[in-house]
Design a protein around this ligand. Structure first.
Ligand code: URA
Ligand code: CA
Length: 434
C-alpha cells in the first residue's frame, strides 16, 4: 500500500477498505505518514465524505491507536453520555447522580472546557478537594460501591485523534461530518462505554448551528455505534440560548444542586429527564420512556438524587457540605447587576456571546493554558420569552478581576435582546435519533 495512491483513491470518490484506513491511521500515528499527506487525506474526506463502514473503520483505527479503558470489572451495563458542547450546560452534573440514584452505574470520563463552552471537569474542580484524577482501580471501585465516578480523560486515549484534530484545526478540515463523528465516537468507545447517549446541541451556542447539520452528525454517530456494537442514541437539543441560568463553574455547581432538589431551571431539569431516560433504557433499567421518567422523577422527589450527589463528592474527596451550604463554594469579590435598558420581552439570548462573556470574566479558557477562576461567571435572570421592565436586573455578574468588565457589560447588553413583541421559544428537545 502506498499513501499517495490512497489519497488519490479518496480524492476521486472511491471507498477505502478497512485495511487501507488502518494503514493510514497507523502510519500517521507512528510518524511514518507526514502531516502534509494526512492533511491532504483529511481534505479529500472533507470533499468526498465517507460511507458508514469507512467512518466506523476510521473510528476503530483511532480507538486502537491508544489505551482503552477496561470497565469489565464494573457490574452492569455502563452507559456514557456525551454532549457536543454548549453554554451553561450543567447537564452532566445533574444527570450523573440522577441516573446513579436510579440504579445505573455511571463511569464517566469527561473533558475540560475551551472557548465559549464549559467542561464538566472544570466545574467539578470548583468543589474544594474534589479529585478528578483517580487511578483506574479507585475509579472502578467507586462505581462498584456507589454507582458513580467522573474523572478526566487520560493523556493516552485516542492519540491518533488528538494528532489528526490538531492538523484539521489548521487546515480547514474540522467541519466534516465523518471526521467529527469518528473523533467524538473514538473517545467514547476508548473510554469503555457499552452504550452511549449523545446530546447533540444545535443553535447559536452549539458546534452545529443548523439543526439539519446537527441531525446529520447525530445520524453519523448513531451509525458508528451500530457498526461497532455499542448501542447509541442521540438527542438533538436546543442551544440557541444558554441552558439554565448559570454560566460558570461554582455557579453551575449551585445550579446543579438546585436542580437535584427539584428547584432548578425548567430546561435543565427536563433535559436531565430526557437524557437520563434514554440512559436507563439502554442500561435495561426501564422498558419505556414513561417508566424511566417516573423512576427519575421519583429519585428527585424522595431526595435520593441529592444524597447521591453528596456521596459522589465525598467519594472523590470533595467537600460534600457544599450541597447543603452552597455558600462554601468559591465566591467572587463582587456581584454586579446588569439592568435592562428598556421594557419588553426577551427576544434572544445569544448563547455563544454569553459564553464568551463568561470566559472574559475568567470562567473559561481562551487558550488551553489559561487558568480558570472558579468563583466568577454569569447568572441570567431571564429566559427567552420572559417579560422585562426597564431597569430590572437581567443578569448578575460574579466578578473578581474588573479588567474586562466594561467590555463584558456592553457585550452582554447586545447579547440579551429585548423587543416589544412576545416571541415563541424554540423547543428544547428537537428529536431523538436511534
Ligand atoms: N469535538 C471533537 O471531539 N472532535 C471534533 O472533531 C469536533 C468536536
Ligand atoms: Ca447552566
Amino acid at each position: 500500500m502506498d499513501t499517495v495512491s490512497l489519497i488519490r483513491k479518496k480524492r476521486d470518490g472511491h471507498e477505502l477498505s478497512t485495511e487501507e484506513i488502518r494503514f493510514l491511521v497507523e502510519g500517521f500515528s507512528a510518524g511514518e505518514i507526514p502531516d502534509y499527506q494526512m492533511s491532504s487525506f483529511a481534505m479529500a474526506i472533507f470533499f468526498k465524505g465517507m460511507t458508514d463502514r469507512e467512518t466506523a473503520d476510521l473510528t476503530m483505527a483511532m480507538v486502537e491507536s491508544g489505551e482503552q479503558v477496561d470497565l469489565s470489572k464494573i457490574n452492569g451495563i455502563k452507559v456514557d453520555k456525551h454532549s457536543t458542547g454548549g453554554v451553561g450546560d450543567t447537564t452532566t452534573l445533574t444527570l450523573v447522580p440522577l441516573v446513579a440514584a436510579a440504579g445505573v452505574p455511571v463511569a464517566k470520563l469527561s473533558g475540560r472546557g475551551l472557548g465559549h463552552t464549559g467542561g464538566t471537569i472544570d466545574k467539578l474542580d470548583a468543589i474544594q478537594g474534589f479529585s478528578t484524577e483517580l487511578d483506574i482501580e479507585e475509579f472502578i471501585q467507586l462505581v462498584n460501591n456507589s454507582k458513580v465516578a467522573v474523572v478526566g480523560q487520560t493523556a493516552n486515549l485516542t492519540p491518533a485523534d488528538k494528532k489528526l484534530y490538531a492538523l484539521r484545526d489548521v487546515t480547514g478540515t474540522v467541519d466534516s461530518i465523518p471526521l467529527i463523528a469518528s473523533s467524538i465516537m473514538s473517545k467514547k468507545i476508548a473510554s469503555g462505554a457499552d452504550a452511549i447517549v449523545l446530546d447533540v446541541k444545535t443553535g447559536d451556542g452549539a458546534f452545529m448551528k443548523e439543526e439539519a447539520d446537527a441531525i446529520k452528525l447525530a445520524e453519523a454517530m448513531v451509525a458508528i455505534g451500530k457498526q461497532v456494537g455499542r448501542k447509541t442514541i442521540a438527542v438533538i437539543s436546543d442551544m440557541s440560548q444558554p441552558l439554565g441560568y448559570a454560566i460558570g463553574n461554582a455557579v453551575e455547581v449551585k445550579e446543579a444542586i438546585d436542580t437535584l432538589k427539584g428547584e432548578g431551571p425548567e430546561d435543565l431539569h427536563e433535559l436531565g429527564l430526557v437524557l437520563g431516560s434514554q440512559m436507563l433504557i439502554l442500561a435495561g433499567r426501564a422498558k419505556t420512556t414513561e417508566e424511566a421518567r417516573s423512576l427519575l422523577e421519583g429519585v428527585v422527589k424522595d431526595g435520593s438524587a441529592l444524597a447521591k450527589f453528596r456521596e459522589f463528592i465525598k467519594g472523590q474527596h470533595g467537600n460534600a457540605e457544599i450541597v447543603d451550604q452552597p455558600e462554601l463554594l468559591p465566591q467572587p469579590a463582587e456581584k454586579i447587576q446588569v439592568l435592562a435598558e428598556k421594557s419588553g420581552f426577551v427576544q434572544r439570548i445569544l448563547a455563544e456571546e454569553v459564553g464568551l462573556c463568561a470566559m472574559k470574566l475568567g470562567a473559561g479558557r481562551e487558550t488551553k493554558d489559561d487558568v480558570i477562576d472558579y468563583a466568577v461567571g454569569i447568572v441570567l435572570h431571564k429566559k427567552v420569552g420572559d417579560s422585562v421592565s426597564d431597569k430590572e436586573t437581567i443578569a448578575t455578574l460574579y466578578v473578581n478581576e474588573k479588567e474586562n468588565l466594561d467590555e463584558v457589560m456592553s457585550r452582554l447588553h447586545q447579547a440579551i435582546q429585548i423587543g416589544s413583541e412576545k416571541v415563541q421559544t424554540s423547543a428544547l428537545i428537537r428529536c431523538i435519533i436511534t
